[in-house]
Design a protein around this ligand. Structure first.
Ligand code: GAR
Length: 224
């Protein structure tokens, strides 16, 4: 039988916990994506060790030794072609990509962002959400477009913000949800179940959860 699993590269810069969640999902033989490469712009990224331990091809393309983003990305592109990559998942990859690279991979490159986009693009999302006093925060998987953190949204998860939260406690509850939605989003894209219409990603809702997330929670008798 022909292997139709989409060859996927995960790009990381550090710890790689989202990468690990994608690797774990892709171990199921019926998952529609195969993790064919883990590439880091930091040769010392701990996530590279994890990938090696799991017998996944790795590459380090150290952005610091290239003059300009174009030459750095040209080497990344060579690696991606060498490994016949179909899809890219950015997972804590902390380099901005040029419009020409993002356009080349348009519709085939996903990113995970630790906020409910379009709120809190950029860095320090948890600190900013706490400072603004929002009651619901979360994470987003989206297609990458040239404008940072702006592409069509594939999946989101919301978490309540607790009175006791610090940026760290909030980050860890959001991260747990990142690990849930990223494999789900990759599965939807790799299986061809979703399509992009304007700014919307459609076809992604096999099951509707009816319970709304209300914060502060309703009393039991008010609930439903
Ligand atoms: C994750 O929280 C991810 O959403 C965030 O970096 C972390 C990487 O953790 N990404 C961004 O902020 C991108 N702008 P990980 O290396 O353990 O997956």
């Amino acid at each position: 039988m022909r292997n139709t699993r989409r060859r996927t590269a995960i790009l990381i810069s550090g710890r790689g916990s989202n990468m690990a969640s994608l690797v774990a999902a892709a171990r199921h033989h019926d998952f529609p994506a195969d993790i064919a490469l883990v590439l880091s712009n930091r040769p010392d990224a701990p996530g590279l060790d994890y990938a090696k331990e799991h017998n996944i091809a790795t590459a380090a393309v150290d952005h610091k030794i290239y003059v300009g983003r174009e030459s750095f990305e040209a080497v990344m592109q060579q690696m991606l072609e060498m490994h016949r990559i179909d899809l890219i998942c950015l997972a804590g990859f902390m380099r901005l990509l040029t419009p020409s690279f993002t356009q080349r991979w348009q519709g085939r490159m996903l990113n995970i962002h630790p906020a409910l986009l379009p709120s809190y693009k950029g860095l320090h999302t948890h600190e900013r959400a706490l400072a603004d006093g929002v009651k619901i925060h979360g994470c987003t998987v989206h297609f990458v477009v040239p404008e940072m953190d702006s592409g069509p949204i594939i999946a989101q998860a919301a978490v309540p913000v607790l009175d006791s939260d610090t940026a760290d406690t909030l980050a860890s509850r959001v991260l747990a949800q990142e690990h849930v939605i990223y494999p789900r989003a990759l599965e939807m894209v790799a299986s061809g179940r979703v399509h992009i219409e304007g700014h919307r990603v459609l076809g992604a809702c096999p099951r509707v959860e009816h319970a709304p997330l209300v914060v502060p929670a309703l009393d039991e008798e008010e609930d439903g």
